[in-house]
Ligand binder design. Sequence first.
Ligand SMILES: Nc1ncnc2c1ncn2[C@@H]1O[C@H](COP(=O)(O)OP(=O)(O)OP(=O)(O)O)[C@@H](O)[C@H]1O
Ligand SMILES: [Mg+2]
Length: 166
Amino acid sequence: MAVFNEGKLKFKFKEFDVNKMIDTVAANFELRVKNKNGVLITQKLAEKPIINGDEVHITNVIFNLLDNAVKYSNDSPEIKITTENRKGELLISVQDKGIGISKEHHSQIFDRFYRVPTGNIHNVKGFGLGLSYVKKIIDSHNAKIKVESVINKGTKFTILFPQINN
Ligand SMILES: Nc1ncnc2c1ncn2[C@@H]1O[C@H](COP(=O)(O)OP(=O)(O)OP(=O)(O)O)[C@@H](O)[C@H]1O
Ligand SMILES: [Mg+2]
């Protein structure tokens, strides 16, 4: 983050296939979910799965969202990663059935060091940096990120990239 803020972060943009990236990420993350008796499902619906971006940073972004999905699910996390094309955009979403985030916090969770207040006990560790990194990377790609969430039902983060038509 410090490197990023000083403007020293280097991006290596190239065209890559997000469906393939999702397979790699899921393979690397599966053990973490299984250790918590959870399930991780991938649903690769995108027929035009190519974006122009920095594959390392976008991979980190998906890891951050998955890390949160596990951390903020009480037990046996159920996580789904979906890709799809819609209205000239390529969407990647990460959905969980965890504790949820009430609406009043949605605008702040992408701020640096912001964590949803839980009273005295923070039984889940973190710095409140993951989503601010995510937001910076998404902004650098001219992409968008949206959050939909219901308390005690779960959370869905959706990233929308401009679609490449080849
Ligand atoms: N999937 C989720 N379900 C419920 N709450 C979430 C979810 N993702 C993020 N949050 C809330 O948003 C806050 C900010 O998330 P962020 O990833 O930036 O920080 P963190 O997970 O607390 O720490 P770090 O990512 O630095 O380890 C979290 O502290 C949590 O309150
Ligand atoms: Mg986090």
